[in-house]
Ligand binder design. Structure first.
Ligand code: HEM
Ligand SMILES: *[C@@H]1O[C@H](CO)[C@@H](O)[C@H](O)[C@H]1NC(C)=O
Ligand SMILES: *[C@@H]1O[C@H](CO)[C@@H](O)[C@H](O)[C@H]1NC(C)=O
Ligand SMILES: *[C@@H]1O[C@H](CO)[C@@H](O)[C@H](O)[C@H]1NC(C)=O
Ligand SMILES: *[C@@H]1O[C@H](CO)[C@@H](O)[C@H](O)[C@H]1NC(C)=O
Ligand SMILES: *[C@@H]1O[C@H](CO)[C@@H](O)[C@H](O)[C@H]1NC(C)=O
Length: 332
């Protein structure tokens, strides 16, 4: 146990006795890297093995798992609300429908974790650990995942529809959605760097290929070779389910090519390219894109910090929420 935690606990006890238990609650609500060190000592190894297996079977799963943690944290905080099935399931919200994936892998991780230490580890923490492992297995930098989140009791489909950023949002709109959960515009740029791995469906970017904004022409900020390639991949007669790499430069590698692509008009989503090419970007995000395009280690280090920040969004701690037995349903 780190000494700062002991100090805080001592402080907590004294102040708690003298004043109120509120100070104690504040201290307790902090997540910590060693939360399960006594109750589930092999947790990190158990999760890593499952993520490794899944990524070995399908490399894209790393991207899909990373995205699940993001889509969880932005809706009701990092409480695994995204994993709940049912009529109000966030899985049916537009940003997730036919798009969010990896739920079976999360089930497999949860099952392995339950075998190792039953009833101890939340699904929300499993998502946070799996996201970190996914980044590391893709070549990114590791970080200490803070733990101690508990699982929420409700899903919030409308929260997912309205709170998650859309690929058609402006820089200001995306920033507002990040600010609403305690992140900022720097985090927008850094965490968008996640799009260095994974795929996107044609439906999320084909408006840039055909009659962009009703002009009859493709998005002029997209590289013309990339436009023709993607027009072939995303026929107007198609169902929008074909996919293209978010980073065509190095599809599965967690690097800073995402930012280099933006400098070359090779961002896939409109929400990617506008971080560099829009009028708004000139006074806001463009210089950060340039910074990260030039410095891989700076990006990887800052990415780790922003992921910890994202993982701290509104966690349930103490006796709030529960430790779900099945990530797809609240305990009966
Ligand atoms: C900044 C605003 C963001 C927007 C507008 C956005 C939008 C999208 C869209 C439209 C897709 C493709 C979905 C589909 O094909 O249906 C996608 C994929 C992805 N996003 Fe984002 N995203 C954003 C931020 C983030 C953040 C913060 C993360 C992680 C921390 C992230 C991680 C990913 C990953 C890894 C994929 C690929 C998933 C896969 O291949 O299964 N995105 N995003
Ligand atoms: C974001 O979108 C809404 C419409 O949904 C719009 O009213 C607002 O002005 C937009 N811009 C910003 C910076 O939030
Ligand atoms: C965003 O927050 C980080 C700390 O988490 C800080 O270093 C950075 O300067 C902030 N950026 C903006 C634009 O406020
Ligand atoms: C492009 O879209 C606009 C309206 O959005 C429409 O009026 C125009 O006919 C379209 N052009 C082509 C070439 O499809
Ligand atoms: C796209 O794929 C999903 C399954 O991932 C399917 O449910 C949906 O019907 C498909 N869309 C179309 C238009 O076929
Ligand atoms: C890149 O960022 C690192 C911090 O991660 C810094 O130490 C280094 O000086 C930067 N390199 C350049 C060329 O700016």
């Amino acid at each position: 146990m780190p000494s700062s935690f002991l100090k805080l606990n001592g402080y907590c006890l004294v102040i708690g006795l003298l004043m109120s238990s509120w100070t104690c609650m504040v201290v307790k609500s902090q997540l910590s890297a060693d939360f399960y060190s006594a109750t589930c000592p092999n947790l990190l190894a158990v999760v890593r093995k499952q993520v490794q297996n899944a990524v070995k079977t399908e490399m894209r799963m790393a991207a899909s798992l990373l995205r699940l943690h993001f889509h969880d944290c932005f809706v009701n905080g990092c409480d695994a609300s995204l994993l709940l099935d049912g009529s109000d399931s966030e899985k049916f919200a537009l940003p997730n429908l036919n798009s969010a994936r990896g739920f079976e892998v999360v089930d497999a991780i949860k099952s392995a974790v339950e075998s190792a230490c039953s009833g101890i580890v939340s699904c929300a923490d499993i998502l946070a650990i799996a996201a970190r492992d996914a980044v590391v297995l893709s070549g990114g930098q590791t970080w200490k995942v803070l733990l101690g989140r508990r699982d929420g009791l409700v899903a919030n489909k409308d929260g997912a529809t309205n709170g998650l950023p859309s690929p058609f949002d402006s820089v200001g709109n995306i920033t507002a959605k990040f600010v609403a959960v305690g992140l900022n515009q720097t985090d927008v740029v850094i965490l968008s760097g996640s799009h260095t791995i994974g795929l996107a469906r044609c439906a999320t970017f084909s408006s840039r290929l055909f009659n962009f904004s009703g002009t009859g022409a493709p998005d002029s900020t997209m590289d013309t070779t990339m436009v023709s390639d993607l027009q072939g991949r995303c026929p107007t007669t198609g169902d929008g389910n074909n996919t293209a790499p978010l980073d065509r430069n190095s599809i599965d590698l967690f690097d800073n090519h995402y930012f280099q692509n933006l400098l070359n008009g090779k961002g896939l989503l409109q929400s990617d390219q506008i971080l560099y090419s829009s009028d708004e970007a000139a006074t806001t995000t463009k210089s950060l894109v340039e910074l990260y395009s030039n410095n891989l280690s700076l990006f990887l280090g800052d990415f780790a910090k922003s992921m910890i920040k994202m993982g701290n969004i509104n966690p349930l701690t103490g006796s709030s929420g529960q430790i779900r037995k099945d990530c797809r349903a609240v305990n009966s």
